[in-house]
Design a protein around this ligand. Sequence first.
Ligand code: KIV
Ligand code: ZN
Length: 382
Amino acid sequence: MPPTDRVLVFDTTLRDGEQSPGVRLSLREKLEIGHQLVSLGVDIIESGFPISSPGDFESVNTLAKELHGVTICGLTRAREKDIEVAAEALQPAERRRIHTGLGVSDNHLEYKLRMTREQALELGIKAVKFARQFTDDVEYFMEDSGRADRQYVYRVVEQIIAAGATTINVPDTTGFTYPNEYFHLIKGIIDNVPNSDKAVFSCHCHNDLGMATANTLAGVMAGARQVEVTVNGIGERAGNTALEEVVMALHIRSDKFDATTRIDTTQLLPTSRLVSRLTGMVVQRNKAVVGANAYAHSSGIHQDGVLKERTTYEIIDPHLVGAEKSEIILTARSGRHGLKHRLAELGFNFTDERFEEIYDRFLEVADTKKEVGEDDLRQLVG
Ligand code: KIV
Ligand code: ZN
């Protein structure tokens, strides 16, 4: 169990993230990302789904051998064969976790699993007991918890903890819930399940309605102490909760949370760039925390503010996430202060009169372009 003020970061970039359409990572690439996740300071790396293919088995097994100071986790269905294979793949790990589970919503039970609630619960209990023979660190996922009947969820949690699960994953698999609903889902479990103090509750949210980060943070507010996240938020469909967003929200808004992570935030940008390069998933420019525009200012009013005092428009110091500095981007909306600053950066200082001439020419050029770059500025000043 983590201390009450610690939120464990469970990174699933290599499992749920790799499920993004179009993404395929080689073993060497997974290992490179795995090493970077260790430098970042994540607590658990979900490295794959060992029974799904020989390649996935090999990646989980290799990461289990090569990575130190972190728990390596493998995903399974609630089946003995899956669990045996995962246990074998995880065998060399310093610390290993088996992540097993089953759907809990009536939708999944009826259409996907074709089982009654009782049958599914019985299978889940068996799977947890079986997994406990290989490790005392067993996580149980209740797939589609976000759309499940609350009373059934409470019953599952109680019996699954009694069977030996140490972490209970509460996935909003379809990204259906809103933050207040997810808060009450987690809080309801903690308050209503008699043995809830015997497990860590984990938030695993998908981003179908753009709520993944907000839901995860709501879960932490309700008492969850593990977050399941991916770098850059990559994952099935609209993706998973973005690691960098949750970590920075907990850091910057520490007034709202009584819990922190052990992430080295200066590794966030290098990790984001590595994952983007190796997966080919481009990070949108305006992406929170790690987007190219996240510390860039283009309007005259904003540039004037940040040049006088950074905190006027920036709540995150770029150094904190491993970025070099804030940027002043010159566009037709920029003002004198921004232009003077960029010219000074290039080593140009002018009298007021000469500067006014340059500024007029700058506006003419800026009206014809998206951005006035360094070469344009050099031409402008002759
Ligand atoms: O979204 C989900 O429910 C999952 C589980 C397999 C944990 O990814
Ligand atoms: Zn998922």
